[in-house]
Ligand binder design. Sequence first.
Ligand SMILES: Cc1cc2nc3c(=O)[nH]c(=O)nc-3n(C[C@H](O)[C@H](O)[C@H](O)COP(=O)(O)O)c2cc1C
Length: 361
Amino acid sequence: MYFNSSKAGEGSGQWIFAKPVIRGKGFTITLRGNFQLMTMTLDKMLGIDYPIIVAPMFLISNTKMVKAALDCGITAAFPALNYRTDQDLREAIADIRAHTDKPFGVNLIVNKSNYKYNKQLETLVELKPAFIITSLGKPEEVIRQCKPVGIKVFCDVIDEVHAKKVEALGADAVIAVNNQAGGHTGKINPRELVELLQRNVSIPVISAGGVASVEHVNEVLSWGAAGVSVGTIFIASEEADVSADYKQALIDYGAKDIVKTTKLSGSPLTVINTPYVQQLGTEATWWEKLMNNNKWLKKYIRMIIALRGMKTIEKSTFGASYKTLWCAGPTIEYVHSVRPMREIIHDLTDGLEPANKVSVS
Ligand SMILES: Cc1cc2nc3c(=O)[nH]c(=O)nc-3n(C[C@H](O)[C@H](O)[C@H](O)COP(=O)(O)O)c2cc1C
């Protein structure tokens, strides 16, 4: 585990400063041997103040959270799947646009578990959010359709193999999902992953996972990342519509209480280790594993596991249930109260220089 202290402890993160890169107003210069590489940062790419995304979170992201992020000079994305019907998705986008013309994104699950994928993509190509974040599958079709209409495509990746593939397909940036991320987590620690991807691709690398303060943001940027994507700490925002028990759990539990389970979606998902999770176990059963290893059955089994797991998560996200399944990452360590989005965002941006308030010479 990257975080190793108890909630009460101080200075739990092992954030180590990397070799310096030169970070300017809206760009990063990474020194590599005899070469200097200039990477566009997220703030410049989107024309926002700070290179931060409020990350898309299944069931949790809502338009209040997106609007608050945009008002504070950062961006946000929400999963298209948070809306049951096409009309609901359209209304969510219209609601944000009625509030502001600042750039926001939508997350698309691009694997077979998302049976609404085709319609969602069609609607997004028509409504043109500033960017789409693809996760859990091959983004080829999304890139092919979105690039010509000016929608940027950022692809979730967990290693350099996938990063190189999406770069070759034409992705505008990769989101480096590390082993500290909440949700479907990665395998590699934050700094190693950013540096690995930087060596292997030349598109911007946005780091996802483990960020909860401006010190963390600065540190990740010092590794050469183009920005950060932050999810978990926003679950405990006033704007999130989740149950009071869920928010309280983020306060009461710490990093040591986060476990990864494959029981719910077939892929490792971070959850709080509640008594129900302990009872359930975190490993898939033998028959789930067996069927998961069968090429033909895999997609159907994954769909069934995902549907079953997501139903249980949905129940405990919004209401009281003895089956308490709360998805969150290790940064719950830093959550001490429920606060408005703008205060949580302030903790991430206080002291950062707003890129677009200063012209780059
Ligand atoms: C409760 C929860 C739900 C998530 N749902 C999604 C999702 O639907 N799509 C997605 O691409 N990422 C999802 N993620 C991952 C986030 O987008 C982001 O990568 C992650 O939260 C960053 O790590 P952090 O939680 O340490 O800030 C989810 C994360 C959490 C905590």
